[in-house]
Design a protein around this ligand. Structure first.
Ligand SMILES: *Cc1c(COP(=O)(O)O)cnc(C)c1O
Length: 360
């Protein structure tokens, strides 16, 4: 079985042991005589799968009891609308624009109320995180919104913004479970799972319980209300049952790795290898301000778009795939999520070294 090193930004690499377990359980899940895919979500067997997934996630992240965990659908993009529909009581929210995903969320927020862009790094193609220690937070803002790790541009908030007491809502799609997190600093943490946790189709939302109310914007569809999903244990309708099962396997895998401290150390080591090389290379360079570098998504360029193209093609032929940068940035991007082994980054850096030598 020939596996490649997959640097895709998402859907992205998953732990091999998880894929193997899913394969082994495909035809007959733990003596049930059927696949998890074929199982009633109302069965005892499935209830145990979703309950265990939630319990393991709570343990990994240290989620306090006054936060609810919801397994939802519709991608991270659907949250761009669900968040204002459910949380914009005053119809005012402040957004920090650090990339395309934050911008899309902000634009969507504007459909429902006054969405203020209180900071932005658009002036330098989102290559940094603006200073958010003293922003003009609106008096009556219902929340302050960030995209914590900017998948496309490769930046990360290493300090959370000072929200001046307003609930912080954070899209963590591309840094979910990559490091320990203090959940109490947030009103809501959410992400699509296809970057770091599981198959596309599942969104996990962790929401402080006082923010989940019946008081939503008029016309909010039932399916888009947090309260209905919370009241029904994420089973108001058929949940993305198989996807949640895979997420559960990844949570178990993370616990086996030693939890979020251990995975963080692993991620730091991987990212350091790549960034150190970029900083010493004469051919390649990173595109992000050093202090704001992501551990998950590493964009880099040679400065020559034709050469970038050649590099991506040569890397692909060597089994290092999906290194093409996002169309708005160009160049390359290596996404090195939790499940990317250290050996994968070693192979990439070794290949880049050789490519550079061959240029001389
Ligand atoms: C991928 C991504 C999204 C969009 O996710 P979908 O599930 O495709 O809607 C949103 N935010 C971030 C940070 C992402 O990386």
């Amino acid at each position: 079985m020939e596996r490649v090193y997959n640097f895709s930004a998402g859907p992205a690499v998953l732990p091999e042991s998880v894929l193997q377990q899913a394969a082994a359980e495909m035809m007959n899940y733990q003596g049930s005589g059927m696949s998890v895919m074929e199982m009633s979500h109302r069965s005892k067997t499935y209830q145990k799968i979703i309950d265990t997934a939630q319990a393991d996630l709570r343990e990994l992240m240290g989620i306090p009891d006054n936060y609810k965990v919801l397994f939802l659908q519709g991608g991270a993009s659907q949250q761009f609308a669900m968040i204002p529909m459910n949380l914009m009581k005053n119809r005012v929210a402040d957004y920090i624009i650090t990339g395309q995903w934050a911008k899309k969320a902000w634009q969507e927020g504007g459909l429902y109320g006054q969405a203020n862009a209180v900071a932005s790094s658009a002036d330098k193609t989102f290559s940094y995180i603006p200073d958010c220690s003293d922003l003009p937070i609106s008096e009556n803002a219902d929340y302050v919104y960030i995209c914590e790790n900017n998948t496309i541009y490769g930046t990360k908030f290493w300090d959370l913004p000072n929200t001046k007491g307003k609930p912080l809502v954070s899209d963590v799609s591309s840094c979910f479970l990559s490091e320990p997190v203090d959940v109490t600093k947030y009103g809501m943490i959410y992400g699509g799972v296809q970057k770091n946790i599981g198959p596309a189709g599942v969104v996990i939302a962790i929401i402080r319980e006082d923010l989940i109310t019946e008081d939503v914007l008029p016309g909010t569809p039932t399916m888009l209300r947090y309260k209905i999903h919370d009241d029904n244990g994420s089973m108001y309708n058929t949940p993305p049952a198989y996807g949640i099962y895979i997420c559960g396997l990844v949570f178990k895998w993370l616990k086996e790795q030693g939890g979020l401290e251990a995975i963080q150390a692993h991620n730091v080591k991987k990212a350091k290898l790549l960034y150190d090389f970029l900083d010493s290379s004469k051919l390649f360079r990173g595109t992000v301000e050093k202090k704001d570098r992501s551990l998950m998504n590493v964009p880099f360029v040679t400065g020559d778009p034709e050469l970038d193209k050649k590099f991506v093609q040569a890397a692909e032929a060597a089994g290092l795939v999906n290194l093409k940068g996002h169309r708005t940035v160009g160049g390359m991007r290596a996404s090195i999520y939790n499940a990317m082994p250290y050996a994968g980054v070693e192979a990439l850096v070794g290949f880049m070294e050789q490519f550079e030598k061959n240029m001389e």
